[in-house]
Design a protein around this ligand. Structure first.
Ligand code: ACO
Length: 330
């Protein structure tokens, strides 16, 4: 599928915090759950947790540095930084991307955040593609970074078990062949209520202390999110395949947002792409929201991808949002 002036991913990188907790951690802290329940219902065995003195911009900057160090382009070619996150350092402003710019020692380039929950990284890739295609910059650093452990009530067994912290990054720019082939994105505002952050008091922090202030906490209707997630991912991928005139059998790999292994298995069956082609890390890192897709990309690209591979990236999450991207690996 040759395209003029192809734009693609030039390099990827990631960062995961040092602290790793397994499912027994929840039992040990007195939660009414079991390691087996968590693993069989979600596919998660461990997740990384940010340290007290680390912020989302720290994780994002370390992932960005990793992408820069792994690539063939110098950081001086970057024209913009986009950070996709649901857990910015500051509510309102400044953007996390501006803090990342400073931490990377860069100056003047455009920086902004994208809020689209677990679809954030894929939304941000499409913005980077559109900017470069329009000539508003030639290279961009796109990062998905989250500190979701600070957005959950650690006494709530329905949500605390699912999430982890981390960051992944990609440098987007001109490639010789392949690159981004197509996009399908959307949102259903009517489903906003099934997954949202609500201010709540009397919550438990990761370190076990009691939080009396009102802070934003993840609230979710797990079964509704499960059903909506499967539905929008299947519809979006089918739209993407149809727009690009490709068949499911043409796809080499699917990198879907890692929310629940059973969601991925269900999507695999419904779109007719064998589960072996779904790359996963949910067992090791849990649900890392906007960091999920770039973490998988970074962890698998070296050993798994060859030039010309057809890869689907698909994000879905609160909003309800979705974003599917067809990418030919360059
Ligand atoms: N340990 C033990 N029991 C639990 C736990 C737990 N950690 N959590 C819930 N339960 C109980 C419930 O209270 C319920 O008990 P009840 O029948 O007495 O009321 C029972 O287990 C069954 O609960 P369900 O909600 O029906 O369990 P389900 O099989 O649907 O699994 C889960 C719950 C894992 C949350 C699942 O619905 C899910 O993964 N949904 C998708 C949501 C998701 O991925 N969210 C992540 C954020 S969204 C995103 O990233 C797009």
């Amino acid at each position: 599928m040759p395209i003029n002036n192809p734009i693609g991913i030039l390099s990827v990188g990631h960062y995961l915090p040092d602290t790793i907790i397994d499912n027994h951690h929840f039992v040990d802290r007195g939660m009414d759950t079991s390691s087996e329940w968590i693993e069989t219902r979600s596919g998660i065995k461990t997740r990384h947790i940010v340290s007290e003195n680390q912020s989302t911009s720290d994780l994002a900057a370390l992932a960005g540095t990793s992408a820069i160090n792994h690539g063939a382009v110098d950081a001086s070619v970057l024209d913009f930084i986009i950070v996709a996150t649901a857990t910015p350092d500051h509510q309102g402003f400044p953007s996390t991307a501006c803090l990342v710019q400073e931490k990377l020692g860069l100056t003047n380039i455009e920086c902004f955040d994208v809020t689209a929950a677990c679809s954030g990284f894929a939304y941000a890739l499409s913005i980077a593609y559109a900017k470069i295609t329009a000539g508003i910059g030639s290279h961009g650093l796109v990062i998905g970074a989250e500190t979701l452990s600070r957005l959950v009530d650690w006494s709530d067994r329905r949500s605390a078990i699912l999430f982890g912290d981390g960051a992944g990054a990609a440098i987007v720019g001109p490639v010789e062949t392949g690159g981004f082939l197509g996009f399908d994105q959307g949102a259903s505002g009517h489903a906003a209520g099934i997954l949202s952050c609500i201010h709540q008091s009397n919550t438990e922090r990761f370190n076990g202390t009691h939080q009396t202030d009102h802070i934003p906490i993840i609230h979710m209707d797990g079964q509704a999110v499960f059903k909506q997630g499967v539905q929008v991912v299947v519809e979006s991928l089918n739209q993407l395949f149809s727009k690009q005139s490709i068949h499911a059998s043409d796809v080499d790999y699917v990198i879907c947002h890692q929310a629940n292994i059973r969601i991925l298995e269900s999507v695999s069956k419904k779109i007719g792409v064998p589960f072996e082609k779904f790359l996963t890390n949910i067992d090791r890192v849990g649900n890392t929201s906007a960091a999920s897709i770039p973490l998988v990309l970074s962890q698998y690209h070296h050993d798994q991808f060859s030039k010309g591979d057809i890869i689907c990236l698909v994000g879905f999450g609160a909003g309800f949002t979705w974003s599917s991207i067809l990418l030919e690996w360059s």
